[in-house]
Design a protein around this ligand. Structure first.
Ligand code: PLP
Length: 389
């Protein structure tokens, strides 16, 4: 008889399970309240009401006005809309955009494409913790700069940027400032006014909501072009029939995160500290990636000498632990993570990385289990490693 192993999920930064409370909130919108928000009849008006109520809920989580939120299908889409939409609407002012070296591929690849369209891209380097240098930013902003886009919290190493300080610089220089908050939305407080952010991306599937829903906050008065043209949904900025079940789920997930943020943040910080301490103390030549303090409560990222990350993830999986070597999007490529290279790791060091991300269903016993099996797995992998001393 096959022994069934219990699976422990340590990959909450890749995606989260949907909270059962969210599923309950979504259910009526599949087959009872299924209307199209553009229809004038009662079904349509019911859907429209759900849409506008959801908009208010997600707006309140970042202290925005509901009219400053548009719903999209993914953070990838919100980030594409930001870069392309701002670029094409403001090209008379200039064609220069600033990003960082540790952005998500959907920012990096969009910026690369904009380069082929004649835009200039500056990529700011980061220090060993993954933080950009504010003086570098000040120097990089030129007369023709139209947008600065810097990730709020890194999906790989969890480092949280000094967003308010970046926002202040951009405001003083009269440049739009966008932040990709896919990993921080719902986990840490965000105030788009205090942080002086003009555009902000967040998505639902990283915070216990369904896939297929995301948002873009666009400050009132911002000049931006749509990338999807059609029926004029979402204030003309994102034509497409609105995905009401997913949006209702996104809003319910946001409501729960708002209510539980403080307590959950503390709980996860304690678990994460225990995990990091346990790994660094019990495994020789183990190193923490990212900032020791300015990091997301749920992120632990390490590199281990003489260990190959993919083998480590496979071994952990055999023991029932689902983890990741880098971000979900880079796990199919065998190139070292661009984020780990940007913080100064050598390619072979970056290859020995492990990301463990915690979430709503992570418990102390799960941390104990990882701390029990990880040293043994690493010892075994080092024994067969061609790179060992
Ligand atoms: C920081 C960041 N930005 C963007 C994305 C893309 O999100 P989506 O899957 O909603 O397109 C992710 C998800 O991996 C992310 O972590």
């Amino acid at each position: 008889m096959k022994r069934k192993i219990k699976r422990i999920y340590f990959d909450y930064a890749a995606t989260t399970p949907i909270d059962p409370r969210v599923v309950r909130a979504m259910l009526p919108y599949f087959s009872e309240k299924f209307g199209n928000t553009m229809s004038l009849h009662s079904f349509g008006q019911e859907a429209k009401q759900a849409l506008e109520e959801s908009r208010e809920v997600v707006a309140s989580l970042i202290k925005a006005k509901s009219t400053e939120i548009i719903f999209t299908g993914s953070a990838t889409e919100s980030n594409n809309l930001t870069l392309k939409g701002i670029a094409f609407a403001n090209q008379k002012k200039g064609r220069h955009i600033i990003i960082s070296e540790i952005e998500h591929p959907c920012i990096l690849e969009t910026a690369k494409w904009l380069k082929t369209q004649g835009f200039k891209i500056t990529k700011l380097p980061v220090n060993r913790y993954g933080l950009i240098n504010l003086n570098d930013l000040k120097k990089a902003i030129k007369k023709d700069t139209i947008l600065v886009s810097i990730i709020h919290a890194s999906n790989e190493i969890g480092t949280i940027q000094e967003i308010s300080k970046i926002g202040k610089i951009c405001q003083e220089k009269g440049v739009y400032f966008h932040t990709d908050a896919a990993q921080s939305f719902g986990k840490i407080p965000i105030d788009v006014n205090k942080m002086r952010v003009d555009l902000l991306t967040a998505n639902s599937h990283k915070m216990y909501g369904p896939k297929g829903a995301a948002l873009l906050f666009i400050r009132e008065g911002t000049k931006i072009e749509p990338i999807l043209h059609g029926g004029g949904h979402e204030f003309g900025l994102r034509s497409s029939t609105v995905n009401i079940p997913a949006i209702v789920g996104f809003a319910e997930a946001a409501r729960i995160c708002k209510k539980e943020m403080k307590r959950e943040g503390k709980r996860l910080t304690n678990l994460r500290k225990k995990l990091i301490k346990g790994v660094l103390e019990n495994i020789e030549e183990s190193h923490l990636n990212g900032h020791p303090k300015k990091r997301l409560s749920n992120n632990a990222n390490f590199w281990f000498s003489f260990v190959e990350g993919e083998s480590l993830v496979i071994q952990l999986d055999l023991f029932g632990v689902s983890a990741s070597t880098g971000s979900a999007c880079s796990s199919v490529k065998l190139e070292p993570s661009h984020v780990l290279l940007a913080i100064g790791l050598k390619p072979y060091e970056a290859h020995g990385s492990l990301r463990l991300t915690l979430g709503r269903w992570t418990r102390g016993k799960d941390i104990n289990y990882v701390l029990k099996i990880l040293p043994k797995i690493i010892k075994r992998l080092r024994k067969i490693s061609p790179f060992k001393k």
